[in-house]
Ligand binder design. Structure first.
Ligand SMILES: Cc1cc2nc3c(=O)[nH]c(=O)nc-3n(C[C@H](O)[C@H](O)[C@H](O)COP(=O)(O)OP(=O)(O)OC[C@H]3O[C@@H](n4cnc5c(N)ncnc54)[C@H](O)[C@@H]3O)c2cc1C
Length: 306
């Protein structure tokens, strides 16, 4: 079976940035992608220098075009298994075949657990927003409703208050004394109820409907969500945290030699620029690992010839 230098699992900006470096370093590299980059859940890229205001589809296509120039193979397939081999390499399994590789870069992203409410649009980043870094500027000074999982709720409400002074939390959660004081200091209102649905007029969000039947008008909703690693591949190969995110050092190295993790596969808070930077950072680290592997192999060969 053919052995290549690197398999990158995930073709979002993280995986593609790693592949760009590896391709340019002359390393035989295949990128496998399931086509579900998180950024595709929104209509417009924000805050990524050089791409602010661009469609995510366009941005990813441009990145793919750049990567294939350097001989990187792109496969629109999901990797189903990665099996470590005795010689330190890996067998990568996917629906139409298998390949062996010297290194693996996991760039498989994260998956959000969306609330079970009515009216969530297909492009849910539009009026069900997750972070004001991405969309706060577009709705600044509007009426905001914040809801979601209790442990992230106070932080989300305080954070979005930097974009508008009109913030209402809709939740039955009981905030502790310190959280209550901080929310109070910033004039954040609390409605003791739960959000049951989003209300729209045409495409326009007009408010939230609560479980008790109240309609709270708003221009944007911010939802504090739980997330977990998209792929179980990391958990089968290396150390992961409670939510399945790979534990990796600053270079992207995991607990398993030759396995690297970047972007949202290891850092749930990473934005596009961070994921791209992580890909660019791991490229030379993987290349150096391959160099050291080559030197070891040549040393063994030399000794065996004596
Ligand atoms: C609503 C929303 C809006 C956002 N807006 C912005 C924004 O405006 N600006 C910004 O900077 N950031 C934004 N982000 C964050 C941004 O989407 C992420 O930072 C970025 O996508 C992370 O890149 P990544 O390469 O780590 O993962 P992703 O881009 O999510 O890519 C992971 C890829 O791995 C693939 N994959 C997973 N498992 C497998 C497998 N087994 N085999 C093959 N492929 C696999 C997936 O299909 C996917 O294509 C937003 C996030 C959300 C939720």
């Amino acid at each position: 079976m053919k052995t290549i230098d690197s398999v990158v699992v995930g073709g979002g900006v993280g995986g593609l940035a790693a592949a760009l470096f590896l391709g340019r370093a002359g390393r035989s590299t295949s990128v496998f992608d399931g086509g579900q980059s998180t950024i595709l859940s929104v209509d417009i890229v924000r805050e990524y220098l050089g791409f602010d205001g661009v469609s995510p589809t366009e941005m990813l296509q441009k990145a793919r075009d750049e990567v294939i120039r350097y001989g990187v193979e792109l496969r629109e397939e999901l990797v189903t298994d990665i099996l470590p081999l005795k010689n330190g390499n890996f067998e990568v399994v996917y629906p139409s075949g298998r390949i062996t590789t010297r290194t693996v870069v996991l760039a498989t992203g994260e998956t959000y657990e969306l609330p079970n409410i009515s009216g969530i649009p297909e492009k849910w980043g539009r009026d069900l927003k997750v972070c004001p870094c991405f969309d706060g500027n577009e709705v600044k000074d509007g009426a905001f409703v914040v809801f979601g999982i209790p442990d992230k709720l106070a932080h989300m409400a305080l954070w979005v208050s930097m974009w508008s002074a009109n913030v209402t939390i809709v939740s039955r959660h009981n905030f502790n004394e310190e959280e209550s004081e901080r929310l109070n200091l910033l004039g954040i209102k609390i409605v003791k109820d739960d959000v049951a649905g989003l209300d729209h007029e045409g495409q326009q969000l007009t408010g939230v409907i609560t479980e008790k039947g109240a309609q709270i008008p708003c221009d944007a909703t911010w939802v504090a969500l739980a997330s977990r690693a998209t792929s179980p591949l990391a958990a089968a190969l290396c150390e992961v945290d409670a939510n399945g995110f790979a534990v990796a050092d600053a270079s992207g190295a995991t607990s398993y030699p030759g396995v690297y993790a970047i972007g949202n596969a290891t850092q749930p808070w990473d934005h596009l620029a961070h994921a791209a930077a992580a890909g660019t950072r791991v490229g030379p680290i993987v290349t150096n690992y391959l160099l050291e592997q080559k030197i070891s192999e040549l040393r063994i060969k030399k000794h065996s010839q004596r």
